[in-house]
Write a protein that binds this ligand. Structure first.
Ligand SMILES: NC(=O)c1ccc[n+]([C@@H]2O[C@H](COP(=O)([O-])OP(=O)(O)OC[C@H]3O[C@@H](n4cnc5c(N)ncnc54)[C@H](OP(=O)(O)O)[C@@H]3O)[C@@H](O)[C@H]2O)c1
Length: 324
């Protein structure tokens, strides 16, 4: 019997708030892309909450909890989904890799689309209800100036927006088969252990950190704590499906980030890097990551009652840089 059959989802979902998830009893999760920055944190968070974790790995399995899969080939063994309530797919070649050659751009796309299609096909064929929570990104919206972006907003332009659109479309087979599919349009996840913040800390600690471009571009972010909490809550709270913005509700600009980081680390932040220099150094597509403006609202999470523990940039930095 699926562990989630112990009444994990749906019926009583509305009573749950972000502060009190996890009282539905243990569920079984199957995680893909779980060896990375976010997957490692999610695994720990779910295990601490008493859930059972099985990992899909591309290499030879190293423990009984690991199951080998071939996302570009035969897929996953049918038994991989036995008793599974929720599949979380965090696969994808690193966005921060440089340079973005034509071949790497194909890898960025394929590593997301092929893995998602493989899992969506498996969920189409599994013959019972299994939730898919699939990684996605706020890059879906492109570069949008001061426009307030909710899940209802139209997709944007540019390479990353195209990648994200294909990535979300790759879940179609599971959605069409009636499975609950949540696409987590994730902002920059802030934690000193990895992701975008870790390399950012180096120049700021040296006192040479500063704004990028005009600094007026909106910089969507979320604490690692709220990221893992939100995924667990989405898994346990069975009513939400479709795109969900995983971004903190109080938006901040690149200039706000610069000031907050300078204060947190007690370093000056007088430098600024002109937009033209960033474009020259990184190329048009990758520089868009730093110069693009995304004022993202987590409308669906807020409407459904999720409570952020770090709703603003300062609390996000305080949560991960506690020794000021
Ligand atoms: N970090 C952020 O701020 C952020 C923001 C928005 C969206 N996201 C998305 O969230 C997901 C997880 O992010 P992350 O920061 O944890 O990334 P990460 O540390 O780079 O981990 C991604 C995982 O994807 C798998 N992977 C790597 N290359 C692959 C390839 N060529 N083909 C198939 N799988 C591959 C690996 O897992 P295995 O080796 O175990 O298969 C790896 O551990 C990604 O899809 C990312 O785009 C992240």
């Amino acid at each position: 019997m699926a562990l989630g059959g112990l009444g994990c989802c749906g019926a009583v979902g509305k009573a749950v708030t972000g502060a009190t998830p996890g009282h539905y009893g243990p569920m079984r999760f199957l995680l893909a892309g779980s060896s990375g920055f976010l997957g490692t944190a999610l695994r720990r968070h779910l295990a601490d909450a008493g859930h059972e974790i099985r990992q899909l790995v591309r290499r030879t399995p190293a423990s009984p909890e690991e199951v080998q899969w071939f996302p570009y080939g035969v897929g996953l063994p049918p038994t991989a989904l036995d008793d599974v309530d929720v599949v979380v797919n965090l696969s994808g070649a690193p966005i921060g890799h440089w340079p973005w050659t034509s071949s790497y751009k194909r890898t960025l796309l394929n590593s997301r689309v092929a893995t998602t299609q493989t899992l969506a096909r498996a969920l189409r064929d599994v013959g019972r209800s299994v939730t898919l929570i699939n990684a996605s990104a706020v890059g879906y919206y492109g570069d949008r100036g001061d426009e307030l972006l909710t899940e209802e907003s139209t997709p944007g332009d540019g390479l990353l927006a195209d990648v994200v659109r294909h990535w979300e479309d790759a879940t179609a087979r599971a959605r069409e088969a009636g499975q609950r599919v949540v696409m987590i349009r994730t902002a920059v996840v802030l934690d000193r252990s990895g992701g975008a913040l870790k390399p950012m800390l180096v120049p700021f600690r040296l006192g040479v950190g500063g704004t990028i471009g005009s600094g007026r571009q909106w910089f969507p972010s979320i604490s690692l704590n709220d990221y893992v909490r939100a995924i667990r809550w989405l898994a346990e709270y069975g009513d939400v499906d479709g795109p969900v913005n995983l971004a903190a509700p109080e938006p901040a600009t690149n200039a706000d980030l610069t000031v907050a980081l300078g204060r947190a680390l007690r370093r000056p932040t007088v430098m600024s890097v002109p937009a033209a220099a960033v474009r020259l150094a990184l190329g048009r597509d990758l520089s868009g990551q730093l110069l693009g403006s995304l004022k993202v609202q987590p409308r669906r999470l807020l409407d459904a009652g999720f409570e952020f523990e770090q709703p603003d940039l300062v609390s996000q930095l305080n949560a991960t840089l506690p020794h000021r």
